[in-house]
Each structure stands twice: as C-alpha cells, then as structure tokens.
Design a protein around this ligand. Structure first.
Ligand SMILES: Nc1ncnc2c1ncn2[C@@H]1O[C@H](COP(=O)(O)OP(=O)(O)OP(=O)(O)O)[C@@H](O)[C@H]1O
Length: 259
C-alpha cells in the first residue's frame, strides 16, 4: 500500500473507480475524486444524479441499505474504508454526518451533544461538561443557548437545531464532516450563520457538502464537483467551475439551462 499512500499525500479521502448499484440501478458510475484536507468541497448537480449516494458512501452509511453493491476504492488517509479490519462505527466517528432536516434527539441540548462521547465511553461529568461547552462554542451556538442547556432540544429554532446537530457531530472529534443539503430547510439568516460556521470549521476539519444552492457553493466551497446521471462530469476549483467550466454540461447546469 505504500505506493498508494504516497499518491494520497494531498487528499484526505481518495475515491477511485467507485461504482454503486441499488439492485439493478447503477447509481454511481466509475467515479473518481480526491477530497482535500481542510477544504470545503461542494457536490452539485440535478436531483437524482447521485450526490447523496456518493456522500453516504464516504462513511459507509450505505451499509444499512439493502441490495446495495459497491465496487472500487475509498480510502481515508490512505486506508481502505471497506478493509477487513475497519470498524464502521469508528469510521463514522472520524467521518461525521449532518442531514438535510435538523434531527436533534428528543432530549435536552446537553444530552444531545453528550450522546456520542457517552457512547464512546466518556462518563466523567466534568469532562462531558467541557466537551458540551466546547462543541456548542465551535458550532457558534453556545452564547445563544447557554441558559437552556437542560431544556429540550426540540424547543430550539430550526437553524439552532441544525447548529446543534453540527455540535453533536463535533463532540466526537471527527476529522471529516459530511453535510447533505444542511441549509435547505432553513431561512436565509440561519443559512448564512451555518455558512460562516463552515468557513470557520474548515481550518480544523475537512468538509464535504451537497447543495442545490449554486450561490452557496460559490460562496463557501474551495472545490466543486458536478454530478450528472451517476458520473462526476467535472471537478476543480470552485471559481474555475463557475467561471470557466470545461464541459458544456457543467456550463448548462450552472447557467440554469437544465436541472
Ligand atoms: N435506497 C435506494 N434504493 C434504490 N434507489 C435509490 C436509493 N437511494 C437512491 N436511489 C436512486 O439512486 C439515484 C441517485 O440518488 P441520490 O439520492 O444519490 O441523488 P441526489 O443527487 O442526491 O438527488 P437529490 O438532489 O434529489 O437529493 C436516484 O435515481 C435514486 O432514485
């Protein structure tokens, strides 16, 4: 594996010849991508083109879907995520995920954030207090809700709930954060807060975001991949993809001619 490792130097996650089938449906077709560390990578493309499927493969969420068949290589820091010795739970600790709809657990704000660390064996109250405070601060939520730590998370606004979900992800100290349309259910102010937060978090984490919002991709992403019919048509610096796309299909999509 040493030869492969050296070629992965620049990327946090390397995807090579990844194919995925849902039963007979060929949803990802020989996709290749190098996801760079401490950058925001956006996946764009019309509905049903495979963005979420690709994203979920990166932390083996597809393990839960019946009838899925995967071929190809996905490696995190040079290690095959489908390798024999890999524990999917530990993989998901390293590669956390935030979904489209904020999905806090029906429990207090505190317990939501402490949930992951507790599962991973942290019982000490002082240590948990520290983790909860640090995670909420990192998710730019602490000041707004520090007096409501023991109230139900379901009482927070949608935007606050989504930042809580980000805090919950941060609490287990991931290296990569995957976000599947994290702002599509939010108002513009909450959206802008999450975007600012992601720009801040990329200094410590590698971030991958699926978005239907072109402005959002161009505002926050360093790199953009354009998906179409299960293929990655074009990938590169966001500025270049939006200003000088090389493929006519990318150009048609970003200029709103289809999709
Ligand atoms: N669990 C599943 N079983 C069967 N087919 C699926 C499953 N999940 C997704 N698909 C199909 O795979 C293709 C890719 O879906 P996917 O959700 O990855 O697209 P997407 O680009 O994320 O779409 P959207 O932007 O609408 O969320 C679609 O044709 C979809 O119907």
């Amino acid at each position: 594996m040493s030869i492969q490792r050296s070629s992965f130097n620049m990327s946090k996650i390397s995807i090579q010849h990844l194919n995925l089938w849902y039963g007979e449906k060929h949803a990802l077709k020989d996709t290749n991508l190098e996801i760079e560390e401490n950058k925001i990578t956006a996946f764009i493309g019309p509905s049903g083109c495979g963005k979420s499927t690709f994203l979920k493969t990166l932390n083996r969420m597809q393990d839960y879907v019946k009838g899925v068949r995967i071929e190809g290589l996905v490696s995190l820091d040079g290690e095959d995520i489908f390798g024999k010795g890999v524990d999917p739970t530990l993989l998901r600790k390293k590669v956390g995920m935030v979904f489209q709809q904020p999905n806090p657990f029906p429990m207090s704000v505190y317990d939501n954030v402490a949930y992951g660390p507790r599962i991973h064996g942290i019982k000490n109250k002082k240590k948990l207090d520290e983790i909860v405070e640090k995670s909420l601060k990192s998710a730019a939520l602490y000041d707004e809700i520090k007096d409501r730590l023991h109230s139900s998370a379901l009482g927070l606004s949608g935007g606050q709930q989504q930042r809580l979900c980000i805090a919950r992800t941060l609490a287990v100290e991931p290296e990569v954060i995957l976000l599947d349309e994290p702002t599509s259910a939010l108002d513009p102010i909450s959206t802008s807060k999450i975007e600012d937060l992601l720009m801040e978090l990329k200094n410590k984490y590698t971030i991958v975001i699926v978005t239907h919002n072109m402005q959002q991709a161009s505002r926050i992403a360093d790199k953009t991949a354009f998906f179409l019919h299960g293929e990655i048509i074009e990938y590169g610096d966001t500025e270049k993809i939006f200003s000088f796309p090389e493929d006519k299909r990318t150009e048609d999509y970003i200029t709103g001619r289809f999709g």
